[in-house]
Design a protein around this ligand. Structure first.
Ligand SMILES: NC(=O)c1ccc[n+]([C@@H]2O[C@H](COP(=O)([O-])OP(=O)(O)OC[C@H]3O[C@@H](n4cnc5c(N)ncnc54)[C@H](O)[C@@H]3O)[C@@H](O)[C@H]2O)c1
Length: 253
């Protein structure tokens, strides 16, 4: 599917990988709606790409439904969804001081990263299915997992479980939506330089980058954006999770 004049929804579009995808897709002529719970960032990126800002939490049915309607009023029914919203968080099951991982904390990470992804995916698909296809395709969904889905480090139990869930839903979602000509793929990034890592010192960033076999550096957000664009444009990519990681395999810590 070509992106020119196509309406696109990007969750987490106010920052990092989502913002880079908003820029990359807008450069291809897409009409972009930036969905983010951070209102200021959503507005900033939307203004930059001449798109629409939607202040919504991916875990809320009402907010996402309203957001999809707002985007549709401006751009028509969206054919592309990129799920980038996500949160991290690190804690051991039993910490050194003996405290046990709080269940609410685990549930919060699963709720945003996994259930939030599914929430937006299902509401997006629900709106798109009744719309006629554009040639052999009706739409494309791209989710964001992480290499932590495969090599979760110490402290990443909730994050890894949430991203493993995103990898796990990719094939059944693609199979389920195949009859509607909607493709579903997931990108599993390695270490990318986004606001998440920008807070680290230059030295810490270099040391993290040096763990990547080749190229031995942190990924740039626009490299993620470029892959997201390619996934939309390449009709044979479906039901797959693509690692984008310079061959890194994370160590236990
Ligand atoms: N940066 C990396 O190295 C890396 C590696 C692997 C996976 N990822 C994944 O990529 C995605 C994007 O990460 P990033 O590095 O760009 O992070 P980021 O923090 O820069 O951006 C994430 C965005 O999601 C938004 N968000 C968070 N919770 C939300 C919610 N409930 N509803 C709506 N918006 C919400 C935030 O406001 C933020 O703008 C995440 O899913 C992350 O887990 C990132």
């Amino acid at each position: 599917m070509q992106l020119k004049d196509v309406a696109v929804l990007i969750t987490g579009g106010g920052s990092g990988l989502g913002a880079a995808t908003a820029r990359a897709m807008a450069a291809k002529g897409a009409k972009v709606s930036v969905i983010d719970q951070n209102k200021d960032n959503a507005e900033k990126v939307a203004a930059e790409v001449k798109g629409v800002a939607i202040n919504a939490d991916v875990t809320s049915e009402e907010q996402i439904q309203a957001g999809i309607e707002k985007a549709e009023a401006a751009h028509g029914v969206a054919r592309v969804l990129v799920n980038c919203a996500g949160i991290g968080g690190s804690m051991r099951i039993v910490s050194k001081d003996g405290s046990i991982y709080p269940l609410e904390r685990f549930a919060r990470i699963i709720n945003v990263n996994l259930i939030g992804t599914f929430n937006v995916l299902r509401l997006f698909a629900g709106r798109l299915v009744p719309t006629p296809p554009d040639g052999e395709e009706r739409g494309v969904i791209i989710n964001t997992a992480s290499v932590a889905a495969y090599e979760g480090q110490i402290g990443q139990i909730a994050y890894s479980a949430s991203k493993g869930g995103v990898v796990g839903l990719t094939l059944p979602a693609a199979r389920d939506l195949a009859q509607h000509k909607i493709r579903v793929n997931t990108i599993a990034p390695g270490l990318f330089l986004t606001p998440l890592l920008m807070g680290l010192s230059e030295e810490a960033r270099k040391s993290l980058g040096a763990q990547v076999p080749h190229p031995a550096r942190l990924g740039a957000a626009d490299e993620y954006g470029a892959l997201a664009v390619h996934i939309v444009e390449n009709a044979m990519l479906n039901g797959e999770t693509i690692r984008l990681d310079g061959a890194i395999r994370m160590a236990p810590r």
